[in-house]
Design a protein around this ligand. Sequence first.
Ligand code: ZN
Length: 640
Amino acid sequence: MSFHQALQQAAQQGTAQTTDPISVNEYIDRVAAHPSIAATAHQRINDMISAAGSQPGQHSGETSYRFFAGELFGMDVPLDRVARYFGTAALGHETRRRILLLWGPPGGAKSTVAAMLKRGLEAWSQSDEGAVYALDGCPMHEEPLHLIPAPLRAQARDYTGVRIEGELCPVCRHRLGEEYGGDFLRFPVQRIFLSEARRVGIATFEPGDPKSMSMEQLTGGMDWKAIERYGSDAHPLALDWQGEFSKANRGLFEAVELLKNPAEFRNLFLTMAQEKQFKVPKFGYIDSDCAIVAHTNEAEFRAFMADAKNEALKDRLVTVSVPYNVRVTDEERIYEKLLSDRGGRTSAEMHVAPHALRAAAMVAVLSRLSEHENLGFVEKMKLYDGTEVGEWKLAQIPEIKRAADHEGMTGLGPRRIVDILSGAAEPIGDGGDDKYLTPIMALIALTDQIERMEVPRDERERLQAFVVDARKEIDRLLKDEVRKAFVPAFAEHAQRLLDNYLTNIEAYCQGTNTQDPITKEDRDPDEKLMRAIEEQVRPSVAESAKDTFRQGVLMRIGIALRTGQRPLSYETDTILASGIEEYLFDQLKDIVRVTVSKSSPDPDQAKRVNEVMRVLCEQSGYNQRSATDLLDYVGHLLNR
Ligand SMILES: [Zn+2]
């Protein structure tokens, strides 16, 4: 479909999808066939999360919910608690009468969780499994089963499998009498589609200036025109139905910064959650079924929990801490997502060189980690990211995390880092608007920003030390990157080196000589070459272990030959490959230095550098500009 066709189709659909109304009897039969269409708000959200499926999480015993994948990273534990809240609430337990309160550091993922649930519900209500029906014309799009009178509800439950909760709203009760003469089977039922923009089943409330805040924002106020018309402010049609509690009915209510609200507002929320009802003066209780997902910053949360006056309220909250992510790889994904969201309206591109986001992610994660008595910050960062360090095993992570309950609650937030990265990118210099970002630019910008932060000096120093730690890791990665680019550029060279090494160890192990390829003279095996490579193998081979190592290599060749595989090549033998690559790199690193020290290298050197550049651009994700910077930088490192 072309863009214009798609526009045409969207325009024809209008502002809201509509379907033909159905009768109450038809609705009851649809419920009997698919009870989930008459689900409670919590059940609906639980169905939505479950339908997307789950898989085992990062660590044993953890679950990862696909519903949240793609936008939230490194948050299996808090998201599992969120999913469990809805799971328990869906069963009709007391949990559904509690507010889900997400708390954590500023700029974390709390509001993203709420936003995903809201957008998810909109999409879910468009699907067959997530279909929602309401009484036609009801200002709070209420559940049609509310029409069924109390004496018939037990029978209705047997027939449909659904327990009916709640009573007709004042408007529908009024219309039932006036328009349908009490014959509830004539009341039309309409499929609805939840939408935040149209305020159907999804609502949001943010505390404002306490002086201008009014309870009517939540409960709805008087419709003065209607009062004039009906002559009474207690007339069923005298309410304006603009309150968020009626808008959120059937779906989700996001309470932003819940604890910042004045106490009377907080109490309204708690009553709404507990009783599933709200009260408007001159009216009885009005039923509304919504899941309230609230969030708050850590400082407010702690103050609230410490205040004895809030004891009763605390019982009505299910709290889930949402710390910052502490896995470097997930942190990179968060930046990718945030940067792509920021693309905005310009067509200017930002080329992000490999490891640039990782550099910043390391500093951010390090800043969030709690101190551990036997595990350094950098080692902890690596372990969390999936690399076992020394004696520490991945299986120990849950235990390490349990001992650090404040971890991820402080430090640098992802949004702040992405601001810094956006500012750190430099023009590519081709006259256009395009920019590029390298790991070194990222680290320099972080250093500058940390220096300007209004935090105590020792905190600034702590953060700067993490930049130094990250730089060490990045230097190693960049050297590796250049080394890796050398290998394809010098693959033949590497294979020749390997063949040469194998010839020598074969002679060594058999106690024979090697032959000079040109003079055909017999020579002793080249001990210097063999040791040079073995010392570069990771982990390096000690002098005392060289015999065993060499025999091991020969044995691998034997096995490969017997099973009909290719004899050892430096690409297939990962143990030897590391040694060969390092050795080769050592031999050739002058070529990298050349790019730094000479403005016009000789043609042969220039050709070799170009080959490395080509590999970096074609295989490793660099562009000409960032590849040149990389070689310059690594050249400097090698010159030191
Ligand atoms: Zn109604």
